[in-house]
Design a protein around this ligand. Structure first.
Ligand code: ADP
Ligand code: MG
Length: 581
């Protein structure tokens, strides 16, 4: 019931349209119900004496009918056009809300959910919901009106005949419901099987290089043929069911007419039924039976719409665990003093990742985090922009707890360069401008120069307008990284996080980018994570993160003197370099 209330809320902005839609639906039903009555009128007219009056009566009838059909057409237009438009508007509203919610949801949600599924919610679930939202009330309303109205009129014409009709109709209804359920099951199976075909296709095409290099085309062909065949089998089942459903329904309709014909003849012979009344009766049967079929098919739409809305509602009701506190303040005039005080954090209850971590960084200073992968370095960095919140302890910037600041102002003051770079569909210029929406061309070029990518961009035929393609597929790793560095130059934050920014690059590109990164780190508080220790020698403090948390800390020289974990790492890499040189 609660979910129903939630659903009705989406009608609220359109209640006038909805009301008018219902009125038009009502109009259509009434006109359809009135139509068979003309037989009575016609019958009465034809027995009139005077041909003149007959002619006039028929003209009046024709004019009346014409008006009726004009009104019906107008109603029909409103229901088809405005009703659907209302559905589409509701779909737009829901899609917007869902998108906003997706943007609000925290990283912890994205860790658990798959983006493909989220996209399908945005597209197909919402379509199902709104198809139902528009057709649902109208279908039920029109159908019930017609069923009840025609039933009353049928009873009014002849009660015993109508009892016969009900018996056959109930049999037909039982058959329809059963057959429809079967048919829907085969439809679902169809959808699963075609998904299998698509998955198989995607897998083979996506991995075509691997397929060919192993010369495994034959195996892939057989695998594909199998899923293709399974799809065919499910379609065959589906069409068998559909055939049964349709032919069965047709038969029952025929049976209905035979019953009425035989029964009607009997009652006419008995003298309880007029022949013209039987003709009117036959017309009403159609009005009575068709909406029953509509309702049977409607059960499917209802099911889809309901489960779609349930899924939609699930997302909408997911609590956003990281958001602005009610009295959140703007982070302004940042100096860049960062403090991690006794920070504990875990992604899930089973395993603690950070255990009482203390880090202090003075404004404009740099620290480096080193250690084995999985130690928690990235996690430490993710806590600063509040991608996740600490379990206990606190993190402050210039003495202010980050939880007391607005997320927007906090994140605007932190720049992040990571190993993976995500480029959006669009031009190189647009991708750099992502660092500062509304940036001027001069600013973009200036940032590109600082990131050492300006010359390269100019060497492209379309310069800054060059389209980067899906995820930047047309650029090398180093080029993409430079674009992401240019973004951060443009953003110009006081605090900088470099998380293995150069780890994916070869030595040559790394050396080049290193210079830009050093330039970027100037006058900013920075946290650097690096595998290659040569890049962090100059850090004001190096913190070694191990299995058991912070294992040692100090400057490069101090740690070498300590001659423990860091010194061991350093020698290992240094000797490695000597050998390869
Ligand atoms: P590092 O950057 O030092 O390699 P991370 O901070 O990425 O280490 O990871 C620390 C630990 O937290 C690892 O055991 C990792 O498996 C776990 N972890 C990292 N990210 C997530 C996540 N989003 N959800 C659950 N566990 C995670
Ligand atoms: Mg990491």
């Amino acid at each position: 019931m609660k979910i129903m209330k939630k659903f009705i809320r989406y009608y609220r902005p359109y209640r006038k349209v909805f009301l008018f839609d219902m009125i038009c639906a009502f109009g259509i039903s009434i006109i359809d119900l009135a139509f068979p009555q003309i037989l009575n009128y016609l019958n009465a007219t034809l027995y009139l004496e005077d041909p003149q009056t007959i002619r006039r009566a028929i003209l009046v009838l024709a004019a009346g009918l014409l008006v009726m059909y004009l009104v019906r057409a107008a109603c029909k237009y409103y229901v088809s056009a405005q009703g659907h438009i209302m559905g589409a508007r509701m779909e737009r509203d829901m899609r917007k809300e869902l998108f906003d919610q997706y943007e609000r949801l925290s990283f912890s949600y994205y860790d658990k959910n798959n983006t493909g599924e989220m996209m399908s919610r945005l597209v197909s679930d919402l379509f199902d919901i709104c198809e139902f939202a528009h057709h649902g009330p109208e279908n039920v309303f029109i159908s019930l009106l017609k069923i009840i109205g025609s039933f009353v009129l049928l009873c009014w014409i002849h009660v015993p005949l109508t009892l016969l009709l009900v018996v056959v109709t109930v049999a037909m209804l039982l058959f329809s419901l059963r057959q429809n359920k079967r048919m829907q099951a085969t439809f679902m199976e169809n959808r699963r099987k075609i998904a299998g075909v698509n998955a198989s296709l995607q897998d083979t095409l996506g991995g075509i290089r691997v397929v060919k290099s192993f010369a495994n085309e034959k195996i892939e062909r057989e695998k594909f043929a199998e899923s293709n065949e399974r799809y065919l089998t499910s379609k065959i089942d589906n069409y068998h069911c559909m055939g049964w459903f349709q032919s069965g329904n047709n038969f029952f309709q025929g049976l209905l007419y035979v019953t009425i014909l035989v029964g009607g003849a009997y009652f006419i012979a008995q003298g309880t039924l007029e022949p013209v009344a039987l003709a009117t009766y036959a017309l009403y049967i159609n009005i009575f039976v068709t909406p029953i079929e509509v309702l049977v098919e409607f059960t499917e739409m209802l099911q889809k719409g309901y489960s779609g809305f349930k899924r939609f509602n699930e997302v909408m009701e997911t609590t956003v665990d990281i958001q602005d506190a009610p009295d959140a303040q703007e982070l302004r005039d940042v100096k860049g003093v960062i403090d991690y005080k006794d920070v504990c954090f875990s992604y899930n209850a089973e395993e603690s990742v950070l255990d009482h971590i203390n880090i202090h960084i003075d404004a404009g200073r740099s620290i480096a985090l080193v250690g084995p992968s999985g130690g928690g370095k990235t996690t430490i960095c993710s806590l600063l922009p509040r991608f996740y919140d600490v379990d206990s302890g606190s993190i402050t910037i210039d003495g202010k707890d980050i939880r007391s600041l607005t997320l927007e102002s906090l994140r605007q003051n932190i720049g992040i360069v990571q190993q993976d770079v995500y480029l959006f569909a669009g031009s190189i210029g647009e991708n750099i401008a992502y660092g500062k929406p509304g940036a001027t061309m001069e600013e973009i070029i200036d940032a590109a120069k600082k990131a050492n990518i300006h010359e390269f961009i100019l060497s492209l035929p379309q310069g800054y307008d060059t389209y980067v393609g899906e995820r930047g597929a047309r650029l090398s790793g180093g080029q993409k990284q430079r674009i992401s560095i240019a973004r951060v130059f443009l953003k110009d934050p006081k605090i900088l996080i470099l998380d293995e920014a150069t780890s994916a690059l070869d030595n040559e590109s790394e050396r080049h980018i290193q210079k830009s990164l050093e330039e970027l780190a100037k006058n900013r508080t920075s946290i650097t994570i690096a595998h290659r220790l040569s890049t962090i020698r100059g850090a004001d403090e190096i913190i070694v993160i191990g299995e058991k948390g912070i294992e040692e800390r100090g400057t490069h020289e101090e740690l070498l003197q300590l001659d423990n974990v860091y010194a061991r790492y350093y020698r290992l890499q240094f000797e490695g370099l000597e050998e390869s040189a």
